[in-house]
Design a binder for this molecule. Structure first.
Ligand code: DGI
Ligand code: FE
Ligand code: FE
Ligand code: FE
Length: 189
């Protein structure tokens, strides 16, 4: 599927704000690819599609995961919003014709991250958090600047703030999010 066609389809499946966010992540991922010697085209495509399942019903997200035998964890059942990452991977492949395994994997882990991520995984994880339309996170200015000099440390700082945020919200922390933080914590001072 051509990028133009993907955009048209996404615009219909997402609400206006989510589509704007998606374009922000696409361009930001492209910039981070430039700064890290990764394929700009692939990073932009991952950014464009990363939230493609965000606006689906919980039932539909579960259905997509079940179809591909993807494990659904307890935390995902109690916080079904988390499922848009795994379901997004399935949808990107089936509905948008993405075959590139690095892109599909980056979409799969974009919300919780995972230990020892690949370069595209980290680019997408960071771009999602710092794209220009985001405004709610603390330390955004600092983290945006850091993103272009130390990607691993940026991943660590984002997870640190996310876990703090979830603790104040009494939101259940996905074990994967904690495992990801534990792995990347070494990159903080
Ligand atoms: O889909 P986006 O909003 O663009 O971004 P995202 O896929 O990174 O999801 C961010 C949301 O997910 C944010 O509200 C925090 C939440 N989140 C991230 N890690 C966890 C989590 N929620 C729970 N319950 N547990 C987690 O470990
Ligand atoms: Fe997301
Ligand atoms: Fe994120
Ligand atoms: Fe996102």
């Amino acid at each position: 599927m051509e990028v133009k066609e993907i955009k048209k389809k996404l615009k219909k499946s997402l609400d206006k704000q989510r589509y704007q966010h998606t374009l922000g992540v696409m361009y930001t991922a492209g910039c981070l690819a430039m700064a890290n010697g990764y394929s700009i085209e692939k990073a932009m495509l991952a950014g464009l599609l990363h939230d493609c399942a965000k606006c689906l019903s919980t039932e539909k997200k579960i259905e997509l995961c079940v179809k591909k035998n993807i494990d659904i964890t307890e935390v995902e059942i109690s916080n079904p919003g988390l499922l848009h990452a795994k379901a997004g991977m399935v949808l990107a492949e089936e509905e948008y014709g993405i075959k590139d395994t690095q892109i599909l994997h980056a979409i799969r882990v974009h919300t919780t991250g995972e230990a020892d991520m690949g370069l595209l995984d980290k680019i997408l994880f960071v771009a999602d958090y710092i794209e220009p339309n985001r405004c709610e996170a603390p330390r955004l200015e600092e983290i945006r600047k850091l993103a272009f000099s130390d990607l691993d440390r940026t991943v660590a700082e984002i997870l640190y703030d996310t876990i703090n945020f979830l603790n104040t919200k009494s939101g259940a922390i996905d074990p994967t999010t904690q495992i990801t933080y534990n792995y990347y914590a070494k990159y903080r001072d």
